[in-house]
Write a protein that binds this ligand. Structure first.
Ligand SMILES: [Zn+2]
Length: 320
């Protein structure tokens, strides 16, 4: 279980270590929050002003992910930690990177793909401290899982933390399904093969990131439906966190399929063979009624109880 290092709340007590510029404008600062300690590297003056927002979001997300996985992230040797470095830079493009104990964030106030903001990038990279850095894929063919599932949980967390509304979430996932359905490699190259090399991954970005995200939603919804909402892909994620320490064992598609069977009792090997390892196009509307759910939320509140499972999948909490 996660315990605060000091065993009590140390809410936003800041300890300024050094503000002496390293390079031209780089500044260091250590901040001890309730759930995490952050060693900041601010690369410019505008980034210093983001500190409060980053503190609040990181503190909440770190706690949420720690609870979700049932433990702290682990470093390359398998040792748990609650102290991370964040390098913050204002940049032309939104972007990020994660390594054990390290997040690199390039932010601006724009949106990528019409829906992604720097807050979402930060949530995504923080999620990678667990999925990618604590437990890790054998090779790039599993980026549909590594990236797609991280996106799924990023946005689900954003809804749960109140960063985006229920209606906005449904619009976001419609976009993602649209990007997946119109990606040029769809039906020609499997989402698994599309992630094999960096070159292929960037040529097929929406097939890998969007496709993996769609797979996460479809599986989660299907499992909840078939188990009366008793199981979900959350169990798979925790199973992977417990069983795949990156210093001992890396995962591949077979392990994910086995984990699903073990944690939910459902065999998804044919599903994986067709839609992840194979070129078949996932018939998303057979599984997810996004449009009808949006209509119900907006104009027909009486029928929203029909979408209870979908709302669970997407992190939407409504009085049904
Ligand atoms: Zn990522």
């Amino acid at each position: 279980m996660f315990k605060n290092k000091l065993g009590k709340l140390v809410s936003f007590a800041f300890f300024l270590l050094a503000s002496i510029p390293l390079q031209a404008k780089e500044a260091l600062k250590v901040v001890q929050l309730e759930n995490v300690t952050i060693n900041y590297h601010f690369m410019d003056e505008q980034s210093v002003k983001k500190e409060n927002e980053i503190n609040q979001l990181t503190n909440k997300a770190f706690l949420s992910y720690t609870k979700f996985f049932g433990g702290l992230p682990r470093d390359k040797k398998g040792v748990e930690y609650s102290e991370i470095s964040i390098h913050v830079r204002q940049g032309k493009y939104l972007g990020g990177e994660a390594d054990p104990k390290l997040i690199i964030l390039s932010w601006n106030n724009g949106k990528t793909f019409g829906f992604s903001t720097w807050q979402r990038i930060l949530l995504h990279e923080l999620f990678h401290l667990w999925s990618a850095e604590s437990f890790r894929y054998q090779d790039g063919r599993e980026h549909w899982f590594n990236e797609g599932f991280s996106e799924f949980y990023t946005f689900k967390t954003a809804v749960e933390l109140g960063l985006i509304s229920s209606e906005e979430m449904l619009a976001v996932v419609s976009s993602v399904i649209g990007y997946y359905s119109t990606s040029s490699g769809l039906g020609k190259i499997s989402m698994r093969r599309a992630g094999r090399t960096n070159k292929l991954k960037f040529e097929n970005y929406f097939l890998v990131y969007g496709g993996g995200w769609v797979v996460a939603m479809v599986l989660d919804h299907d499992i909840r439906k078939r188990t009366n909402n008793n199981k979900s892909i959350d169990e798979l994620m925790r199973w992977m966190y417990v069983n795949f320490h990156r210093d001992k064992k890396l995962y591949s598609l077979g392990d994910i399929t086995q984990g699903l069977k073990y944690t939910t009792g459902i065999d998804y090997s044919n599903f994986m063979k067709s839609f992840v390892d194979g070129n078949k196009i996932l018939p998303v509307s057979d599984y997810l009624s996004i449009s009808d759910a949006q209509w119900a939320l907006t104009f027909n509140q009486k029928s929203i109880s029909n979408y209870k499972i979908l709302f669970e999948t997407l992190g939407i909490k409504r009085t049904l």
